[in-house]
Write a protein that binds this ligand. Structure first.
Ligand SMILES: [Zn+2]
Ligand SMILES: [Zn+2]
Length: 367
């Protein structure tokens, strides 16, 4: 049987304060959050927690001291202890009491306490919105995103209980975290309503973390936004969400792009549409006009006799395709402008034109 006093590096006559100090120092150094993937630290952490669990509880400590004297055999009738019997050093029956807020009880059940393995926990998925202007959406961008990451609370060592106190076994579910319920001929198992499935209850929550056992830090990561995203595009980054606890995998980060509208372009699939104002004369006679694209100006031929609203397609000047290669097209929509004011010379010229234009454009309305 391991010497719990040696585990904490204190003498057998150490008082509660010394035990607490030694525990907190060691727990901090060996905490899995600080030593991800280090199995040895994890093992030490378990031992330290177990030692503290026993030695910080006057009843359990008395029982343990008695067992030390009896050479590892539990004296008969020792009540209230959390040992799993047999006098082995394993059986971290009470381990989960302390770190329940981080480590979920696995299995459990049975009348007496069973050994509970602290389970790794996957970090939560995180969704963040990033705001992009139209230009950024078309060209792609690197945007900083900050993600909250939980770390074990330094003040309570992750227990969630006010320093100097411990969570205790949930009296409702006896630490199992679940409650059975019979409905008709079905038996349901639901999370214990008293402890919320933790298996433990905290009477005095740690003021620093409010009883959750962890505080959080913000971590900045750079997210690469591919060219061609739209408003509402979702980009899933595996393992970039909240960090896992106890070596568990991190959650995913879902980035939702919010793209502000462009002054010039509207999107139609991967095509971009731009309104191009032309004069009446340009529309009638035909012209070469300049049109702005994402990559600069291009010349567009307006065919003679173009009606208002005519769409002309400029190949591969649209939005980059998110899926697949290449780009959509740019669609130039002609807007024939009618002059609001005319000079005398213009009026005369138009009056002359009107006399020559003998067609009746409303003919079809009455036929
Ligand atoms: Zn705390
Ligand atoms: Zn419970």
């Amino acid at each position: 049987m391991d010497d719990l006093y040696a585990t904490l590096g204190v003498s057998r006559t150490a008082d509660a304060d010394e035990i607490k100090k030694a525990y907190r120092k060691l727990a901090r150094e060996n905490h899995p959050d600080r030593n991800p993937g280090d199995a040895k630290a994890e093992e030490r952490f378990k031992e330290i927690s177990h030692a503290h669990d026993v030695l910080s509880d006057p009843d359990k400590r008395r029982e343990y001291d008695a067992r030390l004297r009896f050479g590892g055999r539990a004296p008969n009738g020792a009540g209230g202890g959390g040992f799993t019997g047999g006098g082995e050093a394993g059986g971290f029956g009470d381990f989960a009491d302390i770190f329940s807020s981080i480590f979920r009880n696995r299995g459990g059940g049975g009348g007496t306490q069973t050994a509970q393995e602290p389970a790794a926990r996957r970090g939560a998925d995180v969704e963040v919105e990033v705001n992009l202007n139209f230009e950024q959406a078309m060209r792609g961008a690197q945007v900083p995103v900050s993600v909250e990451t939980p770390v074990a609370c330094a003040d309570c060592g992750g227990s969630g209980a006010k320093p100097g106190t411990n969570p205790r076994l949930c009296p409702e579910c006896k630490g199992r975290g679940v409650r059975g319920r019979d409905v008709g001929s079905f038996a349901f198992s639901e999370p214990c309503p008293r402890c919320g499935g933790n298996g433990t209850v905290i009477d005095d929550p740690c003021p620093t973390c409010g009883g959750s056992g962890h505080t959080s830090t913000r971590q900045q990561i750079k997210v690469k936004i591919p060219a061609g995203v739209r408003d509402g595009t979702k980009i899933r980054l595996k393992g970039k969400g909240q960090a896992g606890l106890r070596g568990g995998p991190a959650g995913d980060l879902q980035v939702v792009t919010r793209v502000s509208p462009s002054r010039l372009y509207t999107r139609q699939g991967d095509d971009l549409v731009i309104n191009v104002p032309v004069t009446f004369a340009e529309a009638a006679l035909g012209a070469q006009v300049e049109v702005p694209t994402l990559d600069g100006r291009v010349k567009l031929t307006v065919p003679a006799g173009s009606a208002d609203g005519r769409s002309l397609r400029i190949g591969k000047q649209g939005a980059p395709r998110l899926k697949g290669e290449g780009r959509g097209d740019l669609i130039a929509k002609l807007r024939v402008e009618v002059p609001k004011e005319l000079s005398d010379a213009q009026r005369k010229a138009l009056e002359k034109f009107a006399k020559l234009d003998t067609r009746d454009p409303r003919e079809t309305l009455f036929s």
